[in-house]
Design a protein around this ligand. Structure first.
Ligand code: PHE
Length: 346
């Protein structure tokens, strides 16, 4: 057998062997290793090529042609098998990663409006229907706005009604939202219908008192304003907020900035007047204070009386939430325990 014939049979054996192995390759990785083994730089085909050096010159082209044919055939077979394996691997991967869309998702607590904010929004939207709009004010107040301008002069016993946190001699953490009335009277022109709202501070803490709580208070200043207007406004509010069957009553009281003044009670929304632990068996529950704005307060703020007259009323927001939702400890509000807050999700 001539040298070229033996090389030829050697090559066809390599080709048959490679084609068989390509077919049997189980993965594209295994196939690639076979490609290196046969077609790589130090692969079997390259080995055979080396024989070319020892061939007579005239046989070289034929030999080259044969080797090249084998190379092309193997490369082609590699590509075909590679695309088969890649397709198979892709579909296996997709099957393994398939998402079951019918499985329920992981439930997440998205958070909800805090009950204090909820009460503020509910009350202010009821009062908006009567023309009241919201006003804020500073948390640190001049003594003047928190007391003096509200007809509570220094050394007046009424200062003891509220246990005050003093910042310095002339400033306090506001003890009520009533200073907002003064800011409004000083900067806005009557007629006025405003709701002052926000945090207030008193040195007090037990099951029904917090040192940091919230109030909302209404003020109406107009040409002719009477107790009847005040009673009508609060009765409307109580029916809208707690329920249409609820009644409102006024008990005489005292605030330096209103005259006459009253404490506001409404039918206990929990027992509807029958008597329960929330209303201490009385059937009535106290919701706030009110009165006609003391003319001294109006004049002090530069609003002419009796040309302009007014009424004001104030509610504790946590107290409203306690009554509306039957909460038994006011300290739950600032704790922000999600087990408590979740109950107010709407
Ligand atoms: N500011 C009073 C308080 O905090 C409540 C109040 C407001 C009373 C408006 C009358 C009018 O006790």
């Amino acid at each position: 057998m001539s040298q070229i014939q033996s090389a030829q049979s050697n090559l066809s054996e390599i080709q048959a062997q490679a084609l068989k192995k390509f077919k049997e390759a189980a993965s594209s990785k295994a196939l690639y290793e076979l490609k290196v083994e046969y077609l790589g730089k130090s692969g079997k085909l390259t080995e055979v090529m080396k024989e070319m050096a020892s061939l007579p010159k005239e046989e070289k082209p034929l030999f080259g042609k044969i080797v090249n044919e084998v190379k092309v055939a193997l490369e082609k077979a590699y590509e075909v098998r590679e695309s088969e394996l890649k397709a198979k691997e892709l579909s296996e991967k997709l099957a393994a990663e398939e998402i079951d869309l019918t499985l329920p998702g992981v439930e997440r607590f998205r958070g909800a409006e805090h009950p204090v904010s909820k009460v503020i929004h509910e009350i202010s939207s009821i009062m908006a229907r009567l023309g009241y709009s919201l006003r804020l004010g500073p948390l640190i107040e001049k003594d003047y706005y928190n007391f003096e301008a509200l007809n509570i002069p220094a050394d007046h016993p009424a200062r003891d009604m509220q246990d005050t946190f003093f910042v310095d001699k002339a400033h306090v953490l506001r003890t009520h939202t009533s200073p907002i009335q003064i800011h409004s009277l000083e900067t806005e022109k009557p007629p006025l219908r405003i709701m002052g709202v926000g945090a207030v501070f008193r040195c007090d803490s037990d099951i029904s008192h917090l040192p940091h709580f919230h109030q909302i208070e209404g003020m109406c200043v107009d040409r002719k304003v009477s107790m009847a207007d005040l009673k009508g406004t609060i009765s409307f509010f109580v029916k809208e907020y707690f329920g249409s069957q609820l009644k409102t009553r006024f008990r005489p009281s005292f605030f330096p900035f209103t005259e006459p003044s009253a404490e506001v009670d409404c039918t206990c929304p929990i027992c509807l007047g029958k008597g329960c632990s929330m209303c201490k068996q009385s059937g009535w529950i106290e919701i706030g204070g009110c009165g006609l704005i003391n003319p001294r307060v109006l004049e002090h703020a530069g609003v002419k009386y009796p040309e302009w007259q007014g009424f004001a009323f104030g509610f504790g927001i946590e107290r409203m939430a306690i009554i509306k939702y039957g909460v038994d400890d006011i300290r739950l509000f600032p704790e922000n325990d999600t087990r408590f807050l979740r109950q107010f999700e709407s």
